[in-house]
Design a protein. Structure first.
Lengths: 172, 184
């Protein structure tokens, strides 16, 4: 069982594993893997704490009810799976600032956190605008050969590569 | 009513189980790390693309096989130029600035990364909430520009599924092979 305690697997093994996993999500749960609606539902659930049942009147939350569903549990499961994997290999560590960020922008946590919040806002907003993320469009949609997903996935990388080059070559 | 509740609960448990496996694979593949994701977007480390395209090839062959046997159906998402291109580019900017995506950030949290837990998660939830508020203003306007609906490539070309699946799989495998031989 040494493979369970290895720090890294070949990306092809991890990728094939995810492909095979999606066979089973289609077969058993009748759903493709996806992650970003879980964040929209969470947002609705948190909003409900402040403004109450009115949240359910919002057109968006009529389409995506603010409740815990299959996909929400999937995202929650990712946290556990990654925790188990990193604990088994000893790769788990508490870290505020990733080394690549700190080499370019310095080791202070505050700028990194501000970037993470702002980047997260764009990511959550863009994912719901496009109707999916790197999982829902990037993996599940591309493997189903869906036109909207291939267009979205290509745009994820065009936007991402352009912004990363700008960030690391001109701002850093 | 009672039966409905049991099936809901079993669906949630399956979701959790699939998520645990997904998170385990993402972590083992290295995709829960900021350095790996930003390395991909800076075109220095192709781990992310290798994982995604291998998953796409493996998934595609299995899903289309099961579809041809009548065991599964597809769940294509709708899109349009206004939706997929604009949303995709905004997502891309967030992808680079945050350095995680909605799935890998959950994996980053499990890996102990506090910029994901304290910063990124809050941002994504706020961003998704902002979109929910904006949605009534865009749903009949910009989202409808240049619609392509839920069409798939085999439907677009009006051919048998395998006429697209096999060449697509071959092209993706050749691309991955080229990446390896090019030293990425």
């Amino acid at each position: 069982m040494e493979w369970l305690t290895e720090t890294r697997w070949s990306p092809y093994v991890a990728g094939a594993g995810i492909g095979i996993l999606s066979w089973f999500t289609f077969l058993i749960s009748k759903k493709p893997i996806g992650c970003s609606t879980a964040f929209a539902r969470t947002s609705g659930m948190l909003e409900k704490l402040f403004i109450g049942e009115k949240v359910e009147q919002k057109p968006y939350y009529q389409e995506f009810k603010p409740v815990i569903d299959w996909e929400w549990m999937l995202v929650f499961g990712i946290i556990i799976g990654s925790l188990v994997s990193s604990l088994l290999s000893g790769d788990f560590n508490w870290l505020w600032v990733p080394s690549k960020w700190s080499a370019a922008f310095g080791p202070e946590p505050i700028p990194r956190l501000i970037a993470a919040v702002l980047g997260g806002i764009c990511l959550g907003f863009g994912a719901r605008w496009a109707g999916g993320c790197t999982s829902g469009h990037g993996i599940s949609g591309t493997l189903q050969l869906v036109v909207s997903s291939w267009v979205s996935a290509v745009c994820f990388f065009i936007g991402g590569i352009a912004a990363a080059f700008l960030l690391y070559n001109f701002i850093a | 009513m009672k039966k409905q509740k049991i099936s809901d609960r079993s669906s949630l448990i399956w979701g959790l189980l699939f998520g645990i496996i997904f998170g385990f694979l993402l972590q083992k593949g290295g995709a829960t790390k900021y350095n790996v994701i930003i390395g991909q977007l800076l075109l220095e480390d192709f781990t992310v693309l290798k994982i995604m395209l291998t998953a796409a090839v493996t998934g595609m062959i299995g899903i289309y096989f099961m579809k041809s046997m009548g065991w599964v159906k597809l769940y294509p998402k709708p899109g349009s130029v206004g939706m997929s291109v604009i949303g995709g580019l905004i997502f891309g900017v967030g992808f680079a600035v945050l350095g995680y995506c909605p799935g890998t950030i959950a994996g980053a949290v499990g890996n102990g990364y506090l910029d994901a837990l304290v910063g990124g998660l809050i941002g994504i939830i706020v961003g998704a909430g902002l979109y929910a508020s904006l949605y009534p203003k865009v749903r009949n306007g910009i989202l409808k520009k240049g619609e392509f609906g839920t069409i798939t490539f085999p439907e677009l070309f009006k051919v048998n599924d395998w006429v697209v699946v096999i060449p697509a799989a071959v092209v993706l495998v050749l691309f991955l092979y080229w990446l390896e031989t090019a030293g990425f």
